[in-house]
Design a binder for this molecule. Structure first.
Ligand SMILES: [Zn+2]
Ligand SMILES: [Zn+2]
Length: 171
């Protein structure tokens, strides 16, 4: 497809070029994590437009792979045309993206010593977050120990009673 000068201008007006990773972040509409742009009434993927505008026609049967693993990036230097199979192997998948993550959702580094694997699957989990939730084996044991002391048991029961009273009032 021939990309017009006007489309290229629009394309470039909607990216934020960041130093560091060199990615051109798409700042406009997203669809399923990827940019989207309306060209002549058709919804187009900006990274495909970028590839075709700056590098060339995408050969039949090939798909565009983000070498930078950043799906919103449209820097043509970060894009390459590959077969669908290579694209999947290269990890444009949820699992691979998770694996490529360097930090958890709260920003703790996912490095050795701060990673555990849950028996429920789901890949690497953050130990720091587990500590914050009070879900470490030690924290659970501590709660069990606390409740094992009769005086604490009474205090706990009283706390629960107050908690229920409070919640009844608010409903
Ligand atoms: Zn990039
Ligand atoms: Zn965390």
């Amino acid at each position: 497809m021939e990309i017009s000068e006007a489309v290229i201008d629009r394309l470039l007006s909607k990216v934020e070029k960041r130093e560091g990773d060199g990615c051109w972040y798409w700042t406009d509409h997203l669809n399923r994590g990827y940019g989207q742009m309306n060209v002549g009434g058709k919804q187009m993927k900006p990274y495909r437009l970028s590839y075709e505008a700056f590098i060339g026609e995408i050969p039949d049967g090939l798909v565009i792979d983000h070498m930078c693993r950043n799906p919103t990036c449209i820097n043509p230097m970060h894009l390459r045309a590959v077969t669908q199979r290579v694209n999947i192997l290269c990890g444009d998948t949820f699992a691979a993206r998770k694996k490529a993550q360097t930090h958890c959702l709260r920003g703790h580094p996912l490095v050795d010593g701060n990673i555990y694997y849950s028996t429920g699957g789901g890949g690497r989990r953050c130990c720091e977050c587990r500590r914050m939730r009070g879900q470490t084996p030690e924290a659970k044991q501590k709660r069990r120990d606390y409740r094992a002391i009769p005086a604490n048991k009474e205090r706990e029961a009283e706390r629960m009673r107050l908690w229920h009273l409070k919640n009844r009032r608010s409903t």
